[in-house]
Design a protein around this ligand. Structure first.
Ligand SMILES: Nc1ncnc2c1ncn2[C@@H]1O[C@H](COP(=O)(O)OP(=O)(O)OP(=O)(O)O)[C@@H](O)[C@H]1O
Ligand SMILES: N[C@@H](CCO)C(=O)O
Length: 312
C-alpha cells in the first residue's frame, strides 16, 4: 500500500496546468514503495511519475530534486524532475509537497546476477564522478553520532546478547575516523528496491531521499551489503566481486580506501541494523511501514567481523 494521499483527476489536471507536459489522460496509484505516495501520470506527452511526499517538507526538496536533475544531466541513469512554469521542481498538491519526474522503463530485481551487480557498481561510480560538480552540500543525518545515540536508547530493551554485539560494533566504529578518505555525493540507500533494471542494463537509480555528502567507499559498502546478500543472509563472493569490479572499472579505490574497506563494510551494516532496530522498537505513529528484519544486518556485521577476504 503506497497511496496514502488520494489525488482526484480534476485536482491533478488543475495542478498540471503549471507544467508544459500536455493534457492529463489518466493517473494510476503505484502499489510498491513505503514512504511516499506515488502515481503513474499519463498525459498527451507521455508518462511521468508523480510523488507526494509524506514526510519531507517542501523546503527540504530542492536539494534532492536538484541533485537528481544534475545527475540525469550528467548521464547517470535516474529520473529527471520536470520543471514547472515558475522553474521550480516541487509545489503543494492535495496538501502535500509534490513533484513530477520522468518515468523509467525497467523493473526491480530481487535476485541479481553477477552482470547486474557489475552494472550497479559501474553506475554507482558514474554517480560518484558526476556528483563532483554538484554545488550543494548535505551532512549525513544517519552517521556515527546518529547510530551511537540511537543504539544507546535501545540497549535496555534488546536481548542482552544482541545488545552486547551492537555495543561492540558501535565501540569498534568509534575507534575509526575517515576524514582522509575521498568524499562526495552518496546515494546512501542503494538497495535492490532502489534500482530499476532493463535486462542487464541499469534503467535507473531511484529514491535519492537519503542522499548526502559522505565517504564514497562507504556508499559502495552499503550497496554491496544488499546486492551481494543471498536469501540465506550470507554475502555471495561472486556477486561481491562483480559489484566491486564494476565500480572499479570507472573509479579505482585508493590505498587508503582499501585499508578502510573492511571497517566501512561493517559501518554500512551497522547503519541499517540500527535503523531497522529503531523502526522495530519505535514505530512512527500512523506510519504504514512493515518492519524490515534487523537481524539481517546483525548477521552482515557479525559475518564481516569474522571475514578474512574482502574481495579487493
Ligand atoms: N521514475 C520512476 N520511473 C518508473 N517507476 C518508478 C519511478 N519512481 C518510482 N517508481 C516505481 O514506484 C515504486 C515506488 O517508488 P519508491 O520506492 O521510490 O517509493 P517510496 O515510497 O517513495 O520509497 P521507499 O519505498 O523506499 O520508502 C518503485 O518500486 C518503482 O516501481
Ligand atoms: N533500505 C532500508 C530502508 C529504507 O531506508 C532497509 O532496507 O532497511
Amino acid at each position: 500500500m503506497s497511496v496514502y494521499t488520494s489525488v482526484g483527476e480534476a485536482e491533478l489536471a488543475a495542478w498540471l496546468s503549471r507544467y508544459s507536459i500536455g493534457q492529463l489522460k489518466s493517473l494510476k496509484g503505484i502499489a510498491a514503495g513505503i514512504t511516499n505516495t506515488n502515481y503513474f501520470v499519463d498525459t498527451t506527452h507521455g508518462r511521468y511519475v508523480l510523488t507526494l511526499f509524506e514526510v519531507l517538507r517542501l523546503d527540504e526538496l530542492p536539494y534532492y530534486l536538484e541533485l537528481m536533475s544534475h545527475l540525469a544531466r550528467h548521464g547517470v541513469a535516474c529520473p529527471a524532475p520536470i520543471a514547472d512554469s515558475t522553474d521550480g521542481y516541487a509545489s503543494m498538491l492535495a496538501g502535500k509537497p509534490a513533484c513530477l519526474v520522468t518515468c523509467l522503463t525497467g523493473a526491480e530485481v530481487s535476485a541479481p546476477s553477477a552482470a547486474q551487480c557489475f552494472a550497479v557498481g559501474e553506475m554507482l561510480a558514474a554517480m560518484h564522478e558526476a556528483g563532483n560538480t554538484f554545488p550543494r552540500r548535505m551532512a549525513n543525518p544517519r552517521g556515527p553520532a546518529w547510530w551511537s545515540a540511537t543504539a544507546a536508547g535501545l540497549y535496555a530493551e534488546m536481548d542482552a546478547l544482541d545488545a552486547a554485539s551492537l555495543r561492540e560494533e558501535v565501540a569498534f566504529q568509534d575507534r575509526y575516523r575517515f576524514a582522509h578518505l575521498p568524499t562526495g555525493v552518496v546515494h546512501a540507500d542503494l538497495f535492490r528496491d532502489n534500482v530499476l533494471f532493463d535486462g542487464d542494463r541499469v534503467a535507473g537509480f531511484i529514491d535519492f531521499y537519503y542522499a548526502c555528502n559522505d565517504v564514497l567507499a562507504y556508499d559502495v559498502a552499503i550497496a554491496l551489503n544488499d546486492w551481494a546478500r543471498r536469501d540465506d543472509g550470507a554475502i555471495d563472493d561472486a556477486l561481491a566481486r562483480a559489484l566491486l569490479a564494476g565500480y572499479q572499472s570507472l573509479r579505482r579505490f585508493s590505498d587508503d580506501e582499501k585499508a578502510a574497506w573492511p571497517v566501512l563494510l561493517r559501518a554500512a551494516g551497522l547503519r541499517f541494523w540500527t535503523s531497522r532496530l529503531l523502526d522495530l522498537y519505535r514505530p512512527q505513529a500512523g506510519e504504514m511501514t512493515y518492519t524490515k528484519d534487523p537481524k539481517v544486518f546483525q548477521r552482515v556485521v557479525e559475518d564481516h567481523r569474522a571475514r578474512r577476504d574482502f574481495w579487493l
